[in-house]
Design a protein around this ligand. Structure first.
Ligand code: MTE
Ligand code: MOS
Length: 787
């Protein structure tokens, strides 16, 4: 089996149930279960906490509050504005106030029932509009500007302005937030975590316990999905479990109930964005001004980095000479919003994609052709608003191929005919591009470490700082190690991620897990191979080779040999044993940092990305005009992953990312009541896509023969970019709505486009048709699509 054909390391384990998750782990007979008691108020003063009665429940081992925290009461990852347990005040419904550890879950629930927390409710900010009105900024605004957008819009022959609201999104990882804390000797604490960021989990646990980091080991075998939701917020359960383990001296496990997880944790940031654009009669965008406003929730978390990525993707795939991008994050009394696949990119891109769609409708042109007209150029028109040059632009090749393979033009004509013949069913079609910057935009995070051990039997253990969340990182790393060592994968084991093996790692995020850790692993392997080569030369000489030399040694087919004499070989295990006897170290660390990236926040300029990933999708939907329901008939995707590290995994990431994006764009709607309590906190009120929401025809292709120079085995990151291909579905729905008015009116639209939104939008168009018939005059040029 070739390295890039390896099966996902958990494929069999997941199907048979043998894959181990935190909740499957047992640390011994003394292990306790934990329960987190959280606030029911969005904003309130705590006047009293009484748990005397609860403490008497048989089986309860400990009940703790903020004042029992031995270290710092804080778990904010970047800004220290997030208490570990509420102290004096709660700032969102779902905030942890009291922790219980007990022998059984029943005892914990009984104790929870008996705990009395007295609150005095305070005024709460629950909507983004309210936060904006109150100027509740979480940090000063940020800007990226190029040229003079305001005067270019003034001078432009045509202009549009509008507003777009995009919704929150629940991660819905199948494994809810979990952690197992096991106290050791003295101050030692081991955490079995479900965290994308074990080093940060280690740091937060050390901080709340008031101990140094070298006392804390964090291990992550795998997560049952994360999607950004375990980049910072997995630290919380780990910190709570550690506090209880420390208080009781016994292992403590936390595994949140689904509803609690949904209520307590942050989501994708809601955005309310305003834009103005100027363009010419051809549809060429001359200028764009956008204000991106996000709902950060109660604490900073990663909101500023997410806002920044939204800003970096505000123009998506389009070259816009005069552009002004403003980003503002607002504090509200809701759980702190956090990373979610795309990390703000989707929120920034949705605005421009909707604007381009409006331009096309206004000019009565096909939207795909307007997109093409505005794509970044190859050697000109290729500078991003922040100054980076867009090199190796693959938008044009993808567009050309996808237009053909999806039969875009033919289907456009067929859909027009269909829509002419059907009154109560309308079809829509849309092509949308994605250009996604790869790298952490906080430049120093672009580093990774590895530790590779070879044992005397010739087997290899690979450790690195990346974590497995289902995306197939461990399988890709296994493939990389097998290819670099020239040994078959069955002799290699990729271990669980552990902070004591590879320290000070960055989160597995920004889609850069394989880019960074793959390179670090290769670096360690290069070191080991350099040490093994002299041994190989000596052994090959002994075996009769004439003139083996260092640079001519090949590692392949589980052996080493000289290029000139491939028939004389030493097996890999023999080589390893010879090296051991020759007192050569068989263990090496590896390190990698991405070269040449920098960004200056003050000036809004720099080269924040090492390269870009590209993709495009064409989607077709059918909308039921009477109910607003829609079906996804077909999606064609062509996506660029460079030279794939593992084709099955990459295609899986594209399919999964796309469908997760379809969920955000269509059915996933998060609602809070007037008191800031989450209404959609279980699968019966929150609708993620299911197998029946997959397009009836689903063609996913990788862009072939486009290696990416300068990355691990010429590959590209794939985890997040396909998420945003879902705009093709969103805008296909809009196209179908538009067809109900003969494409003469701009539909009122937002994201998600739930059936309700679609129906209201259709109704609104039919009202406009009636009004116009009554007034008998054409006004559509002045009409605004969004309120
Ligand atoms: N795929 C699965 N199956 N589960 C996940 O949790 N997370 C996504 C993506 N794909 C995720 C996933 C997110 S948000 C990111 S940033 C990347 O995987 C992280 O992994 P990578 O850097 O190794 O691609
Ligand atoms: Mo992904 S949102 O960068 O964890």
């Amino acid at each position: 089996m070739k390295a890039h054909d390896l099966r996902h390391d958990s494929a069999t384990g997941h199907v048979t149930g043998r894959s181990v998750y935190v909740n499957d782990m047992e640390a011994g007979p003394g292990q306790l279960v934990a329960r987190v008691v959280y606030s029911k108020h969005a904003h309130a003063r705590i006047t009293d906490i009484d748990f005397r009665e609860a403490a008497g429940v048989p089986g309860v081992a400990a009940i703790i509050t903020a004042k029992d925290i031995p270290g710092k009461n804080q778990m904010g990852p970047v800004v220290h504005d997030e208490p570990c347990l509420a102290e004096g005040e709660v700032s969102f419904a779902g905030q942890a106030v009291v922790l219980i550890a007990s022998e059984t879950e029943e005892a914990a629930l009984e104790a929870e029932r008996l705990i009395r927390i007295e609150y005095i409710p305070l005024d709460a900010v629950l909507t983004l509009r309210d936060a904006i009105a109150k100027n509740n900024l979480i940090a000063p605004p940020r800007y990226i500007r190029s040229g003079d957008a305001a005067s270019a819009i003034e001078k432009a022959p045509l202009k549009l302005e509008g507003m777009l609201e995009t919704g929150a999104q629940e991660h819905w990882y199948l494994e809810t937030q979990s952690a197992l804390a096991v106290p050791g000797e003295g101050r030692e604490m081991t955490i079995c975590a479900s965290s994308q960021n074990p080093s940060e989990t280690q740091a937060i646990v050390a901080e709340v316990l008031g101990i140094p980091r070298n006392e804390v080991d964090v291990e992550v075998r795998r997560m049952g999905g994360a999607f950004g939701g375990k980049e910072t917020q997995a630290n919380h359960v780990a910190a709570w479990a550690a506090l209880l383990a420390n208080a009781t001296g016994r292992p403590v496990k936390i595994h949140l109930f689904r509803d609690d997880d949904q209520i307590m944790t942050g989501k994708r940031h809601r955005f309310l964005s305003k834009y103005r654009t100027g363009f010419d009669e051809e549809g060429r965008i001359l200028a764009y001004e956008v204000e991106l406003n996000s709902d950060a929730g109660a604490a900073t978390d990663l909101s500023l980095a997410i806002l920044e990525r939204a800003m970096f993707h505000a123009e998506n795939a389009y070259y816009i000479p005069d552009i002004s991008i403003t980003g503002r994050a607002y504090r509200t009394n809701l759980p702190s919003n956090t990373a979610f696949r795309g990390f703000g990119g989707p929120q920034g891109m949705a605005v421009i994609e909707n604007a381009v769609d409006r331009i096309a409708r206004l000019l009565k042109k096909d939207a795909a052709s307007i997109r093409k007209l505005n794509f970044y150029g190859i050697d000109e028109r290729n500078q991003a608003p922040y100054g980076e040059l867009i090199l190796n632009n693959r938008l044009h090749v993808i567009y050309k191929r996808l237009l053909l393979s999806s039969k875009y033009e033919e289907r456009r004509a067929e859909i027009d005919i269909f829509n002419g013949r059907h009154r109560w069913k309308k079809r829509g079609l849309a092509l949308t591009p994605v250009k996604f910057g790869i790298s952490f935009t906080t430049a120093f995070l672009n580093q990774a470490g590895a530790l590779v051990n070879i044992y005397k039997d010739g087997t290899i253990q690979v450790n690195h700082g990346g974590t497995e969340m289902g995306q197939g990182l461990q399988t890709k790393i296994l493939g990389i190690a097998a290819a670099e060592f020239g040994v078959s994968a069955r002799h290699i084991k990729v271990s669980a991620t552990n902070t004591s093996k590879v320290p000070n790692t960055s989160a597995t995020a920004a889609s850069s897990g394989s880019d960074l850790n793959g390179m670090a692993v290769k670096n360690a392997i290069d070191t080991l191979k350099a040490r093994l080569k002299p041994v190989a030369c000596a052994e090959l000489l002994k075996a009769g080779a004439k003139d083996p030399y260092h640079d001519g040694i090949v590692f392949a087919e589980d052996a080493v040999f000289a290029t000139d004499e491939p028939e004389i070989r030493i097996s890999f295990p023999e080589l390893v044993m010879a090296a051991y006897l020759a007192q050569v170290s068989l263990s090496a660390t590896g390190f990698y940092k991405t070269p040449g990236i920098h960004y200056n926040r003050e000036t809004g300029r720099g080269n924040p990305f090492y390269y870009y990933a590209y993709g495009m999708a064409v989607s077709e939907v059918e909308v039921d005009v009477l109910t607003g329901m829609y079906r996804l008939l077909r999606s064609d995707i062509l996506h660029d992953v460079g030279d794939s590290l593992n084709e099955a995994i990459d295609i899986g990431q594209i399919q999964g990312g796309f469908i997760q994006g379809v969920g955000w764009c269509t059915t996933e709607e998060i609602k809070w009541d007037d008191n800031g309590r989450l209404l959609s906190h279980s699968p019966d009120t929150y609708k993620i896509p299911t197998v029946s929401d997959i397009p009836e025809v689903f063609n996913v292709e990788l862009l072939r023969d486009h290696p990416n120079e300068g990355t691990i085995r010429k590959s590209k990151a794939v985890g997040e970019p396909p998420f945003m291909l879902a705009f093709s579905v969103w805008l296909a729905i809009k196209d179908a709505i538009s067809a109900t008015g003969g494409h003469r009116f701009e539909p009122h639209f937002s994201l998600p486009a739930t059936a309700e939104v679609v129906l209201l939008s259709i109704e609104e168009i039919s009202n406009r048709i009636k009004n116009r018939n009554e007034m008998n005059q054409s006004t559509f040029n002045k009409e605004e699509g969004n309120p």
